[in-house]
Design a protein around this ligand. Structure first.
Ligand code: IPE
Ligand code: IPE
Ligand code: MG
Length: 250
């Protein structure tokens, strides 16, 4: 079968793709396995999608790996996810290096167990000069947490006299978010049939195109990614204007 990659217009690629990797638990359950088996198999999809994005020329890939709310799962599942994360950090260093991908992490990383935080920092440091694509893992992350952090940071700056209230605008606010310096994602993908944001990138997704697929994350492969990008490329992004204004280029 011909690859859907040929349907993608490389000149109109999204610069930044964000993904809510969902459905690992249900994928495992379907096979009568433990939830962690699903998470383990999700790592393969992370590798495939990271490689595919880097090969295409996508500059930023941001993956929702563990939310603030996910701390409320059973201790067994949380521990297994933390262990899987540090194992993945060392196992995947070669994939990151071979593909010239820089690793980045955002979220309340102070809540991660120390062994896990250290493994993460080691891989981030080892890949810091890679410049083909930035892969951001969102860990212990939630959009409301991030926005609250930004509000606190701005309040501190005002208090110390570094910033006037009148100077606070969208740009100043964006620069206080964890994603400072990154363009907003043009495309958001969520797997597993759920159609909600679950507290992901609330500020940054203000004008993103949403793509939902029934596939569970461990089954999401390169061709599924190409399909999502091709679908995105068929949409008209109007940003409040009318279709006529866009075609007249006004
Ligand atoms: C997504 O899969 C991975 C994480 C949230 C860590 P889930 O674990 O949410 O899988 P489902 O949604 O229960 O199937
Ligand atoms: C969102 O998935 C978080 C991640 C993918 C890491 P969840 O499975 O935790 O979301 P809800 O609870 O179904 O909304
Ligand atoms: Mg889920």
């Amino acid at each position: 079968m011909e690859s859907l990659k040929n349907k993608i217009d490389i000149k109109r690629l999204p610069q930044h793709i964000a993904v809510i990797m969902d459905g690992n638990g249900r994928w495992a359950k379907e096979q009568g396995k433990m939830r962690i088996f699903g998470h383990q198999n999700g790592v393969g999809a992370v590798r495939a999608i990271s490689e595919a994005c880097a090969e295409l020329g996508v500059k930023y890939l941001t993956l929702y790996a563990f939310s603030t709310e996910n701390w409320n799962r059973s201790q067994i599942e949380v521990d297994a996810l933390m262990r899987l994360l540090s194992k993945t950090m060392s196992d995947e260093l070669k994939t990151l290096t071979d593909n010239n991908i820089r690793l980045n992490a955002i979220g309340d990383l102070s809540r991660l167990p120390k062994y896990n935080y250290d493994a993460l920092m080691k891989t981030i440091d080892a890949t810091k000069y890679n410049d083909r694509m930035t892969l951001t893992l969102c860990l212990s992350y939630s959009g409301r947490w991030e926005i609250t952090q930004a509000a606190k940071m701005i309040a501190e700056k005002v208090k110390s006299g570094e910033l006037d209230i009148e100077q606070i605008d969208e740009n100043v606010f964006s620069n206080c978010l964890n994603t400072s310096g990154m363009p907003d994602p043009e495309l958001l993908i969520r797997t597993s049939g759920e159609e909600r944001l679950s507290n992901f990138l609330l500020w940054q997704l203000a004008y993103s195109e949403f793509y939902f697929t029934e596939k569970f994350w461990p089954d999401f492969g390169k061709e599924d990614l190409y399909l999502a990008i091709a679908d995105y490329q068929n949409r008209e992004r109007r940003f409040g204007k009318t279709s006529e204004q866009l075609t007249e280029n006004k």
